[in-house]
Design a protein around this ligand. Structure first.
Ligand code: PMP
Length: 604
């Protein structure tokens, strides 16, 4: 599978798949990660907007580079150094050709889109933006294309202007024009929205900005894997993308900048390779792009990225576009037909992504993501690093299915079937609340201790969990626990009892046990089934137990022992940590109150 060497301009001789049709079986064979089972089901990988899987050629190129050419670049007097430098620079030329840059000096290697945007904000932005100026971003940007500009504006006394979007999730050209003023010093826009899939008409938007002499940065993170990108045709000032979203390695990305900008911009990070001469009196800097590449770069990553770009072109960009358009059409039809599913974002032009929520269900997006995972389907749930967009659309988060070159129609069907079944089952189950009679509700009350000590409660739980075979069974066990969570009276669902950071709405109301003031008991509630399960687990361990025991219990060790910890995402882990912090703080206060001489430290 050796790839041919590139000619000096980086344009490789591409071995094309036949015609404009994509040979899906052949494509899939070249991605080893797709061949695995997840929870005993074929992996259906629909999280390509987060990162793509890597073709075998890329993996082999990484290994081959380290086996044959590994050396530091731009310094060696030896063969390996020359070879590494040649391969690195060839990768630069390859990336330049992929974007149709005028010259490969316009390509700066960075870690990814995030670093590219920060680089521009900290160099170009810092020079161009002053007090009273404005930077315009759209409402649908990823945090990576908001926060660097917000920080810059804060630093400079400038303001961040937000280009509004329609309910369909599209930028409206008139609103865009109205946002631009004579103080606008830069526009930063996504080519494709990572949360909605909207393809923005960036060429038109750039033309409008340029008529007012405003430079434009395009965040191409979600575009390059799906669309043909020609930076000369777009006439953008900067274009950023990440290798890992385009079937290349993680840790490498590209910033394209018009050479006149790169030449004018001051350096950013400083160190080796970006300098010409250094003395204690002063330093002279290298030319672009070396000026922006301080320190040892990710040479293997660049080499791998070049091979990934080859792979895309060998499959054929128009074949990929055609294939993905069919997938999205099919997915829109199938998902749209499931009762209770509402599509979020209905743009006229879409690439890669479909976002939706499930309405009127006792399940959050996160619960559905977890249940899909048990069916082998990998999707992303949450705000997708687009919190302002979620707020604009009035949803806490969405479920996002994102396709890639290797996605099949059968996989879309599998997603739709699994989703339909999950939603139908959830609908047919009465919620805990509904299944309790009013009298039960009133009687439910605070749960008493389930064992003589926290340790005994933990042993009993471990015994039950140990009897279950795998994660799906333990998941169902947790969900069952959650279904028996005693109801929390609405008057306890206050801001003071709200627990943040859980990707769902959570309330936790602890109190000292009446008549037994060294003991803590609590009620809790969540709109997520998995979080209700975790809350029920905490209740079984802790509610009604002595505060001092709650503080002393090694919950981390318990979760690791149950195997649950490895199935908690960072979001859920953070949420759980916050619930425990609340309980510990309350337990510490309870102890201090029961015996004011004991100054127990609150755990954080
Ligand atoms: N912008 C967009 C539109 C994205 O989708 C992402 C990644 N989700 C980023 C920026 C940040 O990319 P990275 O994490 O690779 O730097």
């Amino acid at each position: 599978m050796n790839s041919p060497l590139s000619p000096p301009d980086g344009r490789r001789q591409i071995r094309r798949h036949s015609g404009d049709r994509l040979d899906i079986a052949r494509v899939r064979r070249s991605f080893p990660a797709l061949e695995q089972l997840v929870h005993g089901k074929n992996l259906v990988y629909l999280d390509n907007a987060a990162t793509t899987q890597k073709p075998r050629r890329v993996l082999e190129a990484l290994t081959r580079y380290y086996e044959t050419s590994n050396a530091n670049v731009h310094r060696g007097v030896h063969d390996l150094g020359d070879r590494a430098t040649a391969r690195f620079e060839r990768a630069r030329a390859r990336a330049g050709a992929f974007l149709n840059a005028r010259q490969h000096r316009e390509i700066v290697f960075v870690r990814g889109t995030t670093e590219a945007i920060n680089l521009v904000a900290q160099t170009f932005g810092r020079c161009r933006v002053g007090p009273g100026d404005e930077v315009a971003v759209s409402c649908m940007e990823h945090h990576a294309n908001i926060v660097p500009w917000q920080m810059l504006c804060n630093e400079k006394g400038a303001s961040l202007r937000v280009i509004p979007i329609t309910d369909a999730g599209e930028l409206c050209v008139e609103a865009y024009e109205a946002t631009l003023t004579e103080r606008t010093k830069l526009v930063a826009l996504a080519h494709v929205s990572n949360a909605l899939g909207t393809v923005n008409r960036v060429k038109t938007l750039i033309e409008i900005a340029h008529r007012r002499d405003i430079p434009v940065l395009v965040d191409g993170a979600q575009a390059v894997a799906h669309l043909e990108v020609d930076v000369q045709d777009l006439d953008c000032d900067f274009y950023a993308f990440s290798g890992h979203k385009v079937y290349g390695p993680m840790g490498i990305g590209v910033l394209y900048g018009k050479i006149q900008h790169l030449e004018e911009m001051p350096p950013w990070q400083c160190g080796g390779d970006m300098v010409k001469t250094v003395s204690f009196e002063g330093t002279s800097f290298n030319e672009a792009p070396a000026k922006f590449e301080a320190g040892t770069p990710d040479v293997a990553g660049a080499v791998g990225l070049a091979v990934a770009l080859d792979e895309i072109e060998s499959i054929g960009r128009s074949a990929i576009a055609h294939h993905e358009a069919c997938l999205l059409d099919h997915a829109l039809g199938r998902l749209g037909a499931i009762r209770g599913i509402r599509l979020i974002g209905t743009p006229a032009r879409r690439a890669g992504v479909i976002s939706f929520v499930v309405e009127d269900q006792p399940l959050t997006a996160m619960d559905i993501g977890i249940r899909l995972n048990l069916e082998g389907v990998a999707v992303r749930t949450g705000h997708h690093c687009c919190q302002p967009l979620m707020e604009r659309l009035g949803v806490p988060g969405t479920i996002r299915a994102s396709v890639g070159v290797y996605t099949t129609l059968a996989e879309i069907d599998h997603l739709a079937d699994a989703l339909g079944a999950i939603v139908a089952t959830a609908r047919s189950r009465p919620s805990q609340r509904e299944s309790l009679e009013i009298a039960d509700l009133a009687a439910a009350g605070y749960p008493p201790a389930t064992a003589v000590s926290v340790g005994a409660a933990a042993s009993a739980l471990l015994e039950e969990l140990d009897a279950l075979e795998d994660w799906p069974e333990r998941y169902e066990y947790l969900i069952e626990l959650g279904r028996k969570l005693p109801a929390m009276p609405p008057e306890l669902m206050t801001a003071a009892h709200r627990v943040r950071g859980c990707q769902s709405t959570v309330f936790l109301a602890p109190r000292a046990r009446p008549g037994c003031t060294d003991r803590v008991e609590f009620l809790a509630e969540s709109d997520s089934e998995i979080v209700r399960g975790l809350l029920a687990l905490l209740q079984r361990l802790f509610s009604g137990q002595r505060a001092v025991e709650i503080l002393g219990f090694d919950l981390g060790g318990f979760l690791a022992r149950t195997g649950l910890e490895s199935h908690l995402t960072t979001g859920r882990r953070n949420g759980l940590a916050e619930m425990i912090r609340r309980l510990h703080a309350f337990a510490a206060r309870t102890i201090a109150k029961a015996d004011p001489r004991t100054k127990h430290q609150e755990h954080s």
